[in-house]
Ligand binder design. Structure first.
Ligand SMILES: [Ca+2]
Ligand SMILES: [Ca+2]
Ligand SMILES: [Ca+2]
Length: 637
């Protein structure tokens, strides 16, 4: 059966019957050509990707991938001259058909039948033309004014218990006591708690993938079993919303309500691989749809640095690009143009259907760079403000810089990628604020900004779902966690927080770092004192950032660094903020060359957050009194 709602099916039937009554050349819906004693080989359609598109779109014609049976020799026809069908190809086993559908700019939104005729019969499927979402509030992109907050929907809030135990899931898959089970969190839970996020001050929410994943439970003898795909990274349908999270209507409601509160939404997209339960794995649309097969494939050895040099062994490069991320993550082959086109259309379909403002692209370095470029270009062509950040999980700035857009690599390719996560700076900050390296490491690391065309475009993560929570790192302290988040919120780039860190949640390696957000903490009166302290601190730094353009977009200027201290300025026009970190157990006085960043003698520097302290510019210098083990922001008045 085609997965559409009943109203679409109804309009399809109306169209079909209407067209038949008008005597249009519909092919008979019954199979034909069957002979005595042989069963009919019925032509049927199970799935159409994408199920809908738009008129006046930059991708026209759109190419459909149709899954069915007995499609050999199929012809596809349209009863409407404003839908032009061409370029049909069918795979050898007759289970997949590709077809181009050209859409006339004047064709009105609605549902239109497309007829698939074969030697043995014919059938049809509805194709929807969607009304475009308005561009004033949707597709806004992410920029330096934003503060991103990462949520794993299964672990944030359960707003709809009715989706917690799908009919096709064994009860053990829904076991909240299993850290690798589904815990019941969903899109409704996020909708219900948008006021919490608004109060915290975040402006953009990144959700881990909402593609439909398998509802079942993997059993094995490995330490990570039994486990489920609660995290969403094993898609079984690139065109469906996870049924445990909600449906397309809930997703659109979430995005609309977030937008109404001036919060953006970022979708986690995963073009590199699908889940091993995807129907393609047993029956791929083309023999080269994946790199190799479930039975026989190479595993990615993650020797990622080979991508960066022209003289790497090509076999090593192929391993990183074609090797499977794990045995249950079949690797998509973007070198096959049908795959690349499918995935680019899919990315654009989600944007168009939901109005999302940005995309986080998973494991982006394991896909060919020409594909990253083509995907980025297609997004920007249709949605000029659209923003995509790539996960290049490397602590080496030279490596992450290779993938960000705005410059060509040795291969002549500019990926046009808007942003990458700054894992190098994240790592430095964690190391420094857990007392494992001198504070000057921060300033040293930031010297690598010269490797980026524009380092302000980096997404600076405080943490994410793949790493230990700060409070569970060796050497972590509450003071260290507070300095870390203050650093992320004041350094150049776009800050990204991870759910629960704002209430100092603990969590060791995956999946311990993905524990359920405590429902009690959504309200101030339910927070424990240590949770409230971290919440208030995080919120006040977010507030400071939102109030000062210098902190969001200002030039970053190093003023002082040593083993225990780092002081830098953020400057924009006439606005100057000086941000200071003193990790030492004692207060410390640091003299900074205020005159050399244009602060005139007599100006006063007053703390605008944290401990009350002030200083004055005298003879071009300011002696700042920094309290012990905390961060302070000064503003020049
Ligand atoms: Ca639920
Ligand atoms: Ca599912
Ligand atoms: Ca790959």
């Amino acid at each position: 059966m085609i997965r559409h709602n009943s109203s679409v099916l109804l309009s399809f039937i109306v169209l079909y019957v209407g067209a038949a009554l008008c005597g249009r050349p519909f092919v008979d819906a019954q199979p034909r050509g069957a002979t005595e004693g042989r069963p009919y080989k019925t032509t049927s359609i199970a799935k159409v990707d994408p199920p809908s598109w738009w008129a006046k779109h930059t991708i026209n014609p759109v190419r459909l991938l149709v899954r069915g049976t007995n499609l050999q020799g199929a012809r596809v026809t349209s009863t409407n001259p404003e839908l032009q069908v061409s370029n049909v190809s069918v795979n050898e086993s007759g289970t997949y058909l590709f077809v181009d559908v050209g859409i006339s700019p004047s064709l009105a939104p609605g549902t239109y039948p497309l007829i698939v005729g074969t030697r043995t019969g014919s059938t049809m499927f509805p194709f929807r033309l969607e009304p475009p979402l308005e561009t004033r509030t949707n597709f806004q992109g992410i920029n330096n004014d934003d503060i991103i907050y990462l949520i794993m929907p299964d672990r944030f809030a359960d707003g709809d218990p009715s989706n917690n135990a799908p009919a096709n899931a064994p009860p053990e898959a829904n076991d909240r006591n299993n850290p690798r089970g589904f815990h019941g969190g969903d899109l409704r839970g996020i909708i219900n708690n948008l006021p919490y996020l608004k109060d915290l001050g975040v402006t953009a929410i990144w959700l881990t993938p909402w593609y439909d994943n398998w509802n079942g439970l993997n059993r094995c003898e490995k330490p990570w079993c039994p486990h489920t795909y609660y995290h969403g990274y094993h898609a079984i349908d690139y065109y469906a919303v996870e049924d445990r999270f909600g449906n397309m209507a809930t997703l659109r409601e979430l995005i609309q309500k977030a937008h109404a509160l001036d919060m953006k939404i970022i979708q986690d997209q995963v073009a590199n691989h699908v889940g091993s339960q995807h129907p393609w794995v047993k029956d791929p649309p083309l023999p080269n749809w994946f790199h190799d097969t479930l039975a026989q494939h190479q595993l990615n050895k993650f020797t990622n640095s080979v991508l960066r040099f022209p003289n790497s062994n090509p076999a090593d490069v192929r391993n990183v690009l074609d090797g499977w991320f794990s045995d249950d993550l079949p690797d998509m082959n973007q070198e096959e143009p049908e795959v690349a086109r499918y995935e680019i259309q899919n990315a654009l379909w989600w944007v168009g259907m939901t109005g999302i403002d940005g995309i986080r692209q998973d494991t982006i370095q394991y896909m060919p760079r020409f594909f990253i470029r083509d995907l980025s270009n297609a997004l920007h062509r249709q949605y000029p403000k659209m923003w995509m950040v790539g996960e290049v999980f490397e602590r080496d700035s030279a490596h992450t810089a290779f993938f960000i857009g705005g410059h060509k690599g040795w291969d002549g390719i500019d990926t046009r990628l808007d942003s990458v996560f700054d894992f190098a700076l994240w790592n430095a900050s964690l190391t420094v604020f857990t007392n494992k390296a001198p504070v000057r490491v921060l300033s040293d690391l930031l010297k690598n900004d010269k490797l980026y065309p524009d380092a302000s475009k980096l997404t600076v993560l405080a943490n994410n779902h793949d790493t230990r929570r700060f409070m569970s790192l060796e050497g972590s302290t509450e003071a260290g966690a507070m300095m870390h988040v203050a650093f992320v919120l004041s350094v150049r780039g776009i800050p990204q927080l991870y759910y629960g860190e704002e209430i100092a949640m603990r969590g060791a390696d995956d999946p311990d770092n993905r524990q359920d957000f405590p429902a009690s903490a959504f309200n101030a009166d339910g927070r424990k004192p240590h949770e409230q302290k971290m919440f208030e601190w995080t919120r006040s730094w977010i507030q400071l950032r939102r109030e000062h353009v210098a902190m969001r977009s200002g030039r970053m200027i190093d003023l002082f660094s040593d083993d225990e201290t780092y002081v830098f300025a953020r400057q924009h026009g006439n606005e100057t903020l000086i941000i200071a970190f003193n990790r030492h157990k004692q207060p410390k006085q640091v003299t900074v060359p205020a005159g050399r960043i244009g602060l005139k003698d007599g100006l006063s520097l007053k703390s605008v957050i944290g401990v009350d302290t002030s200083s004055r510019v005298v003879n071009g210098e300011a002696a700042l009194n920094l309290p012990a083990q905390t961060a302070v922001a000064f503003k020049a008045f």
